[in-house]
Design a binder for this molecule. Sequence first.
Ligand SMILES: Nc1ncnc2c1ncn2[C@@H]1O[C@H](COP(=O)(O)OS(=O)(=O)O)[C@@H](OP(=O)(O)O)[C@H]1O
Length: 309
Amino acid sequence: MRLSAPPQAARSCATLSLPPTSERSVAQAQWVDISTCFQVVKLCSCLVRGWEISIFMTHLSNYGNDRLGLYTFVNLANFVQTWTNLRLQTLPSVQLAHKYFELFPDQKDPLWQNPCDDKRHRDIWSKEKTCDRLPKFLVIGPQKTGTTALYLFLVMHPSILSNSPSPKTFEEVQFFNRNNYHRGIDWYMDFFPVPSNVTTDFLFEKSANYFYSEEAPKRVASLVPKAKIITILIDPSDRAYSWYQHQRSHEDPTAPKFSFYEVISAGPWAPSELRTLQKRCLVPRWYASHIERWLVYFPPFQLLIIDGQ
Ligand SMILES: Nc1ncnc2c1ncn2[C@@H]1O[C@H](COP(=O)(O)OS(=O)(=O)O)[C@@H](OP(=O)(O)O)[C@H]1O
């Protein structure tokens, strides 16, 4: 929404020390309640002639805020129309979104939180929904260390329940590491059963790519901060060789073109497809770096490292 100040709105603004730009965003204000919005409007109504102020409703990261945000925004618009001379204009939502993310590029990537962690959000959370369909622990990989075997052993226990399979990635949901994350929490929770007893049932998920994902630790910590994190480690060279054989047998078009020795010894001038294969083969073996990243977001007692050798 854009506010254009018509001539009538010209007032004494000498006390305002706003820079003389023709377009000034006031969206930095996180509109938590209506009174904050009214302060913003008060500011807008005091601007010199010809200035324009762009107001965006930020995308907020959980259901509670989204609902309050809409309510706030409607009331803000009503207030401006009723009590000021400011003229309201708007653009198609996609254009607004482009503009917003130009101004705040870091907010392109949302960070989901558990809607039930905050009482204010829980109070307005739909009665038909539950926050219990979230994992209590995660098996994060890395690939080829015996994670499938661990997964199968775990689901034999009557109180341990895992997600339903994904049509694309089989038993792995791969939510926290990839673009599935942008499908939102409902998409993720739909993979899990509703536990019959929240205290004694343990939901879990195994996605072997989480281990070395740059994004996963932060995202997991935001949504399920109390989750236990399980990783299995074997000799990194055994893991790399197993991964290479896995790629060959799973019809990776690049892997059959190169021997394992070529993959692990490729230098900076090797063909890019070989360098890419090498990176995918070897990056997960930097165990210490990846574990350090998880430890930024989780205390050590929440992390279990299993010797899979
Ligand atoms: N119980 C047990 N203990 C240790 N290791 C085991 C176990 N069961 C399977 N394996 C070996 O684990 C390799 C597969 O690992 P993952 O299941 O993690 O692979 S995957 O990432 O899910 O594709 C795979 O290694 P490769 O034989 O080199 O392919 C399995 O042989």
